[in-house]
Design a protein around this ligand. Structure first.
Ligand code: ATP
Ligand code: MG
Length: 562
């Protein structure tokens, strides 16, 4: 496919600004997470956009923690956010900033607005402020404190800072227009009193600036050119511009783009936090979570995520993307790169009666048919093997090409074997072992007389196999909420089959010392990642990233018809 570069609307703006010399040819973006949770794949869209634009146009991208809410923020989140951005393949160089670095400057700007008669200290309670604000259909009412004179405002603001007043008793508000049709312009709160310890500034402050006041000025201080944010900030842009214009400082432009939404999951830190706290998942990095930490543990690669984001693109109209596209991008990436190995998830013992006891042969296995440079490896083959229980049927249906009494199959890279008999558990009657015979002339899997054998099964040598726990995952949320159930009623929306753990799985011997994070294709079963968190001595734990069946093509086709 020819690489044709079509510009999204943000890159078009950037190119136009470069052409007209709007910011002296500079491109400077930032990614401004609030450290109140782990990053999810929606954030990856914003990260990818901001860092890639900087890269593509020879610019810079800052990382700035928007840490203005001391009650919600924690160091753990700061660390995880930095780790995740690096993992995605981006770097902020020496430009790591915190909004809290600017608390002093922001205070001075607030004083300046008071002196200009553009801000006032208000004694209304939070409830009263809400009440005075009016609604979309009704204008608000002026606060009775709106016309305090500058001297009194300066004095009260200084005393707010000095800690003289209790939480919630006063605020500093911008003096704009209580009748503005944009509710954000109805004298928004700039500062609130909060006697709380901040993760960086400790107890230095007991008043904290609000997001809208902080964000535009932080952008201005860092001389950002294009302040890209998701669409919910569109109605805040007027306020962003108002603060910067009134103060007459350097003025970046805010540009809004549509948030990424995905089917079968939630992309909101608040909701993800609930999932963790209510115990619906085990942790922020549970492999079912759409967090970057969860996706990484699941076996997602940064390359697959970036390819997914490239395909999703950047636009203004909100859309919900099928999660199958994300899975498709991972399959494509791993198909090209992942080593093929053999792993038996539900083992059934298979004994080759005519194979000499104690003999072990080494057979050669191709590591990746998609990548000839990946080479081959040796696998032990012996008299006792494990095969997949689901590859045997006593009473096979039509077109069954796997094992059944009297049927011959190929053991991948090994020999042809025929099932002669079964051994049953005397009490339950369950088949516990297959008694087979092999064709000694069929090494490599081809019959000497050219007879056709259609089924090819994976297997592992029983005495050499290593034990593992394997976890299979399905989408976190049900496809449709059950009748009368809200989408966020997690109790009833979680897919009860989203996680299945199988223990006693048998892997080929080379996987015994796989590094955590190793990703392989278990032949015929999917792609799996050695769990970095849970793997333990003697029994590794593997998470299934995706199955081999790609459902994206079907969805895409029905959409294009649609
Ligand atoms: P959430 O709603 O999940 O809590 P947030 O917007 O409150 O997310 P922030 O830490 O404020 O989280 O987000 C940092 C940046 O990431 C912001 O610029 C925001 O616009 C962007 N962002 C957050 N969620 C998405 C998303 N789903 N798609 C695209 N960008 C997003
Ligand atoms: Mg936010």
């Amino acid at each position: 496919m020819p690489e044709e570069r079509t510009l999204d609307f943000i890159r078009s703006i950037v190119e136009e600004d470069l052409r007209t010399g709007k910011y002296d040819g500079r491109v400077h973006t930032r990614f401004p997470p609030e450290p109140n949770g782990y990053l999810h794949i929606g954030h990856a869209k914003a990260i990818n956009l901001n860092f890639s634009i900087a890269e593509e146009y020879g610019g810079l991208c800052n990382l700035r923690f928007d840490d203005t809410n001391p009650c919600m923020e924690e160091e753990e989140y700061v660390d995880s956010i930095m780790e995740d951005i690096h993992w995605l393949g981006f770097d902020w160089g020496d430009r790591l900033y915190y909004a809290s670095d600017y608390f002093g400057k922001l205070y001075d700007y607030a004083v300046q607005l008071i002196e200009m008669g553009k801000a006032y200290v208000c004694d209304l309670s939070p409830e009263e402020i809400r009440e005075y604000r009016g609604s979309l259909t009704e204008p608000g009412r002026n606060s009775p404190y709106r016309d305090r004179d500058v001297e009194e405002n300066l004095d009260l603001f200084a005393r707010m800072r000095a800690g003289e007043f209790p939480d919630g008793s006063r605020t500093l508000r911008a003096r704009i227009d209580m009748a503005a049709s944009n509710m954000n312009m109805r004298d928004p709160v700039m500062y609130r009193i909060l006697h709380a310890t901040h993760h960086r500034t400790g107890d230095e402050w007991c008043i904290y600036p609000m997001y809208d006041f902080t964000h535009c000025l932080s952008d201005s201080i860092e001389r950002i050119t294009h302040s890209n944010c998701s669409i919910e900030f569109e109605d805040h842009r007027a306020l962003y511009d108002w603060f910067l214009d009134e103060l007459g400082v350097y003025h970046p432009q805010q540009i809004e783009f549509a948030r990424l939404n995905l089917t079968r999951t939630v992309l909101s830190k608040r909701k993800l936090k609930r999932l963790v706290e209510e115990g619906h998942v085990e942790s922020w990095d549970d492999p079912r979570m759409p967090t970057l930490a969860g996706l990484r543990r699941r076996g997602y690669t940064p390359e697959a995520i970036r390819e997914f984001l490239r395909r999703v693109g950047v636009a203004k109209t909100p859309t919900t993307i099928e999660i199958e596209l994300l899975e498709h991008c991972l399959r494509e990436d791993l198909n090209a790169r992942a080593q093929r190995v053999m792993a038996v998830l539900r083992p059934l013992r298979l004994v080759i009666e005519n194979y000499p006891e104690g003999r072990v042969e080494e057979v050669e296995a191709i590591n990746n048919p998609e990548d000839s440079s990946a080479g081959t490896r040796k696998l032990p083959f012996s008299r006792e093997l494990f095969v997949e229980r689901t590859d045997f049927r006593e009473d096979p249906p039509k077109k069954w090409f796997r094992l059944a009494p009297g049927r011959e199959v190929r053991l991948k890279h090994g020999y042809l074997v025929t099932c002669n008999d079964v051994v049953r558990d005397p009490s339950s009657g369950e088949v516990v072992e297959l008694r087979c015979e092999y064709d000694p002339e069929s090494r490599g899997g081809e019959a000497p007389d050219g007879r056709k054998v259609r089924g090819t099964l994976h297997w592992v040598s029983a005495p050499h196999a290593v034990d593992a726990e394997v976890r299979l995952f399905d989408h976190l949320l049900l496809e449709e909420p059950p009748e009368g159930v809200e989408e966020t009623d997690f109790e009833n929306m979680i897919n009860p089959d989203s996680r299945e753990a199988l223990s006693g799985c048998k892997l080929e011997p080379g996987l015994g010392d796989a590094e955590p994070g190793t990703i392989c294709q278990f032949m015929r079963q999917g792609y799996f990642c050695a769990d970095p968190a849970d793997s333990r001595e003697g029994e590794s734990v593997w998470n299934r990233s995706v199955s081999l069946r790609d459902t994206w093509a079907k969805i895409e086709k029905s959409q294009s018809r649609g």
